[in-house]
Design a protein. Structure first.
Length: 460
């Protein structure tokens, strides 16, 4: 009896997923019916993971804006206001007075403004390579967001098909229970008539069979409830929301399965991980060049303006003397800023190059293992397809067997054990049939994910 509903047990364990309750003060007034595509759209719209991924994109865009801004002039202004000692021109003419004493009574005030303008002309790649790295980094983050969207779509499909499987299992158990109830009524009637084809042990067996089937019915209901709760959680719906799915039965659409190489070719073109690696390598290469650019100077055009005024001080008009408290001057110059160090720049270049080499190793891993992952899902798809054909024939014949056994038992010409054996075979094969369809649908969903098939909506 334990083997009769093995698929139900398997599906129940599969669907035992954690459900997160969302608080809600008011229950919806009407039920919401969604198709699979609508569920995926709703999940993508409410997924917090995609909000996090978009924040990463926005952060990388800000880094690009920062790198671009280094191409423009940078203005630094410093303003001061404070006390200053008084000074007179007569202390310098006809001779410089070197015994001038400082007196608090002669303190005055001063105000000054110094402005420096730097316009980079040539940085040997410091700006351009960082811009290039940020540009490719944006594409990496966008691909990562696509990957998360594909993961969400895969989860929605698992919950959606899991809910359908649980309901199919529930209907199967109800069908078996209905047959058992009819057989129990017939058995009791034949026993009371003193028929040789039935004895009291057969009635006990029917009752035991019915009790165990009822147990599996409760497990199927639990699996249905858990699958529905998991789907609601993934869609961002409160636990009290009324949700129905538009697809009622697990069926096959008769699709043709493409060749294995077709899936691999699609994955190399569309899978986000491959794009992440390609763009990541370009970004890392640019960062290596940006680090190497620190070996060279920055060429710039500089402008300087300085103004200061102090009451109680005479202005000195002499190019050899600059009064920091009272003056006005400015100028423009071509300059070079060169920072020399002993090993710091080399270490930074080595660090960036190691990150580049690490990504090369990741690429080798992806090139080897993503096709292996696709092969696994492809073989699961082929296995499920063959299992569907085998179990469909098996459960059809077992159904005929069960109908014949029940009919013979009703007429009093068949033993009760034929009913047990026929229902056992029918339950096992019918459950296996639905499990195979579920496995097929999940294998298709896994292949869509493995090949980078976009969800039903484009996430921007």
């Amino acid at each position: 009896m334990k083997n009769i509903f093995i698929s139900i047990l398997f599906s129940g364990a599969l669907l035992a997923l954690p459900a997160i309750n969302h608080a809600s003060d008011e229950a919806p007034k009407s039920s919401l019916t969604l198709s699979l595509d609508e569920c995926v759209r709703m999940a993508l719209k409410s997924a917090p993971e995609l909000g996090e991924a978009q924040a990463d994109i926005d952060q990388t865009i800000s880094k690009l804006d920062e790198a671009k801004s280094y191409r423009y002039p940078q203005l630094e202004v410093k303003t001061l206001f404070g006390p200053a000692p008084g000074a007179r021109a007569q202390d310098l003419s006809p001779v410089v007075a070197t015994d001038r004493q400082f007196k608090f009574s002669e303190l005055t005030w001063f105000a000054s403004t110094d402005a420096t303008l730097i316009q980079p002309l040539w940085t040997f790649g410091k700006i351009s390579e960082n811009m290039k790295a940020a540009t490719h980094g944006i594409e990496v983050d966008r691909s990562r967001k696509e990957q998360r969207a594909n993961e969400i779509a895969l989860k929605v499909k698992e919950y959606y098909f899991g809910l359908m499987l649980a309901r199919e299992m529930k209907e199967l158990v109800l069908e078996v229970l209905e047959s058992l109830d009819k057989a129990r009524v017939t058995a009791q009637k034949l026993f009371e008539q003193g028929s040789d084809t039935i004895d009291e042990i057969d009635i006990y067996k029917l009752d035991a069979f019915t009790g165990e089937a009822t147990k599996y019915l409760e497990e199927a209901k639990k699996g249905e409830s858990l699958a529905l709760a998991a789907l609601k959680t993934r869609l961002g719906m409160p636990d009290t929301a009324q949700l129905e799915i538009s697809s009622e039965r697990l069926t096959m659409d008769g699709e043709q399965i493409p060749e294995y190489d077709t899936f691999v070719d699609k994955a190399r073109i569309r899978r986000p991980e491959f794009k992440q690696i390609a763009e990541g390598l370009k970004a890392r290469s640019a960062l290596v060049e940006a680090a190497k650019a620190n070996y060279y100077p920055d060429i710039f055009l500089g402008g300087l303006f300085s103004w200061s005024y102090a009451d109680g001080r005479d202005r000195i008009n002499n190019p050899y003397i600059t009064d920091q408290f009272k003056h006005t001057y400015g100028g423009v110059a071509l300059g070079a800023l060169w920072k020399l160090d002993f090993g710091i720049t080399g270490a930074k270049v080595a660090n960036e190059r190691s990150q580049y080499n690490r990504l090369l190793s990741t690429k080798e891993f992806a090139d080897a293992n993503i096709p292996l992952q696709i092969r696994k899902f492809y073989l699961e798809l082929k296995e499920a397809d063959n299992s569907i054909k085998a179990t469909k024939t098996a459960y059809s014949n077992a159904k005929k067997w069960a109908v014949t056994a029940l009919a013979n038992f009703d007429f009093g010409v068949g033993p009760a054990k034929d009913i047990f054996e026929a229902l056992q075979a029918y339950s096992r094969m019918r459950a296996g049939y639905f499990q195979s369809i579920y496995n097929y649908r999940i294998a298709v969903a896994n292949l869509d994910f493995a090949t980078g098939e976009a969800p039903v909506v484009v996430v921007k």
